[in-house]
Design a protein around this ligand. Structure first.
Ligand code: FMN
Length: 314
């Protein structure tokens, strides 16, 4: 399995703690996106270090192989950023054309480019021949219509794309409704590149169902499912865990995450916010009620947040 990019969640802090608690369980991750903001590649010193922090090799020395992801449709900047990443030793970059956020899609970025196949072609034409590393793509079925993908398939097939990861929803759907497995099943065999399935895999049974339905997929990518149950990647690789063992591992993971957040983030306001962002997903791994989980989200002070979590993981 591949760890999905979740902006604000699966950055290096998470990946490091994950690797420490579950060595070898996740072999590969796509990083949350680096947005092509103007002139960032011309910036020097600390601004550049901050922008690239999540993918700097010195921050990623562990066993999870990271594929940096880029969001945007500015070809020149894409090539330049991909070049910087290649210089760091990366052999693949991932183009995000699936992001559903309005602020992004309005500018034909993320899934906003999907209704415009010619813009996708122009971008690939301008970028692919100049890359010094492989290019993979992460996409949805469309922005508004799930059929948009069918006009993109022949374009993707004209370029040496390393993999195409498909989250079978539209951008408009965001995360609502069900992934459209029927359309995914139609598109998958039409693509020349290996296809990765992504979306709503939360249990080993979910992953097995996808692999049974689509034996042709090269991999599954999982995001939220790993936060709902950090032991999921262990189960996927075949580990058998009792409920008690799984709970103990999850508790330890949550505790280590809180410790790292408190250690790495610069002030209590940021620590509180970040802890709550993780807690909103991670609580599901613990045997507590939604009401109890919400009490953490309602707490104001960091000490209160941490105390409540500590009680729940006892
Ligand atoms: C909070 C959040 C942040 C996300 N950030 C990114 C991102 O940076 N890049 C990206 O391609 N997808 C991003 N996604 C989409 C996920 O990678 C993934 O496609 C989606 O969550 C469906 O997979 P899942 O059901 O396994 O979580 C994000 C999703 C969420 C919920």
């Amino acid at each position: 399995m591949i760890l999905a990019p979740l902006q604000g969640l699966t950055e290096v802090l998470f990946r490091r703690v994950y690797e420490e608690c579950f060595p070898g369980a996740i072999a590969m991750a796509v990083s949350p996106f680096l947005s092509l903001t103007h002139n960032i590649h011309h910036s020097r010193g600390s601004a550049r270090q901050t922008y690239l922090a999540d993918v700097l090799p010195e921050n990623n020395a562990g066993s999870i192989a990271v594929i940096p992801q880029i969001l945007g449709r500015e070809a020149e900047e894409f090539v330049e950023l991909a070049g910087m990443l290649a210089d760091m030793g990366y052999t693949e970059v991932n183009w995000n054309i699936g992001c559903p956020m309005r602020a992004v899609t309005g500018k034909h970025r993320g899934s906003g480019i999907l209704p415009y196949p010619e813009e996708v072609r122009q971008m690939l034409d301008a970028v692919v021949p100049r890359l010094r590393c492989r290019l993979s793509i992460k996409t949805r079925l469309g922005l508004r219509e799930k059929e948009e993908i069918f006009k993109l398939v022949p374009i993707f097939n004209d370029y040496p794309i390393a993999t195409v990861t498909i989250h079978p929803r539209t951008g408009k759907q965001q995360y609502g409704g069900q992934p459209d497995l029927e359309v995914f099943g139609q598109v998958m065999p039409m693509l020349k590149a290996p296809v990765v399935y992504n979306g709503d895999i939360c249990t080993r049974a979910d992953a097995e169902r996808i692999r049974t339905l689509f034996p042709g997929i090269s991999e599954v990518m999982i995001g939220r499912g790993v936060l709902y149950d950090p032991t999921l990647p262990l189960r996927l690789r075949g580990d058998t865990l009792t409920d008690g063992e799984a709970r103990e591992k999850s508790r330890h993971f949550v505790r280590r995450m809180i410790e790292e957040i408190n250690l790495r983030l610069p002030n209590d306001e940021m620590r509180t916010r970040k802890t709550k962002e993780y807690w909103a997903l991670l609580w599901k791994t613990l045997p507590i009620s939604e009401l109890q989980a919400r009490s953490v989200l309602r707490a104001q002070e960091l000490a209160a947040v941490d105390n409540l979590i500590e009680q729940f993981i006892q």
